[in-house]
Design a protein around this ligand. Structure first.
Ligand code: ADP
Ligand code: MG
Length: 243
């Protein structure tokens, strides 16, 4: 189990022509160990940038990212135990489920026997062992989600970052996947940071909701607290709280 904290994170992008855009203005987030934390807010408010900074795909311009109390830049990537799950799970269509799961290990030159052992262990945790030889196109939506989680688990992730993973699915499948994802997250004791612009998703899935707006956190609270005590009219309108 691992926790994640952002303290005063700022991000300014430069366009190469001397122009700059400041997109994060001091973001504070606490994701306690084993919790399902949702970053919620309208398009363009800085959710993906925040997640990418936690993943180490972008560097913060100022502020700190802490993993278990240690500054992320002081922890070697292999010891951060963080994995990112991309939209639609980004499984390689031409590779088998097994090959998809071990892909990152292959890149890191982990020997074949160990790769397969770890892949099988990860597949066992998510109930995918019978499907290891299939292609992603031969899996159901739920199985694809589990393959993406197995790919995170195989690298020993304790923190899983997800950026709108369900946004391209139809409503019925989305609902089913939310339930399955939540139960796997609890069972595996993962800390999940989950980005969405969908209030229903946030309110039904989260232990803790971080509502963002214009590059900062407007309110961070449990779904119940957010609904009953929105910090202002904007949050209330976004959440759909009664007036
Ligand atoms: P969200 O995920 O909430 O929709 P993003 O974090 O993707 O928001 O984007 C926040 C803001 O940062 C947007 O205005 C976006 O255009 C801008 N942005 C994101 N990535 C870059 C980049 N690489 N260069 C310049 N601007 C960017
Ligand atoms: Mg985004």
């Amino acid at each position: 189990m691992s926790d994640v904290e952002l303290r005063g994170v700022e991000k300014t992008f430069t366009d190469g022509k001397g122009g700059t855009t400041r997109v994060l203005h001091g973001v504070d987030i606490v994701a306690p160990s084993g919790q399902f934390v949702v970053l919620l807010g309208p398009s363009g408010c800085g959710k993906s940038t925040s997640l990418r900074i936690i993943a180490g795909l972008e560097q913060a311009t100022a502020g700190e990212v802490l993993i278990d109390g240690r500054r992320v830049n002081d922890v070697p990537a292999a010891k951060r135990h963080i994995a990112m799950v991309f939209q639609n799970y980004a499984l390689y269509p031409h590779l088998s489920v097994l090959e998809n799961i071990v892909f990152g290990l292959r890149v890191r030159k982990v020997p074949k026997a160990e790769r397969e052992k770890r892949a099988t262990e990860a597949a066992e945790k998510v109930g995918l062992v019978p499907y290891l030889d299939r292609r992603p196109s031969q899996l159901s939506g739920g199985q694809r989600q589990r393959a993406a989680l197995a790919r995170a688990l195989v690298s020993d992730a304790k923190v899983v970052l997800m950026d709108e993973p369900l946004s391209n699915l139809d409503a019925k499948l989305r609902q089913q996947m939310r339930i399955e994802l939540r139960s796997l997250q609890k069972e595996l004791g993962l800390t999940v940071l989950y980005v969405t612009h969908d209030q229903v998703e946030a309110m039904t899935m989260a232990d803790h909701v971080v509502t963002m707006r214009d590059g900062h956190v407007a309110q961070a609270a449990s779904p119940e607290e957010l609904y009953v005590n929105p910090v202002d009219a904007d949050v209330a309108a976004f959440i759909g709280s009664p007036p």
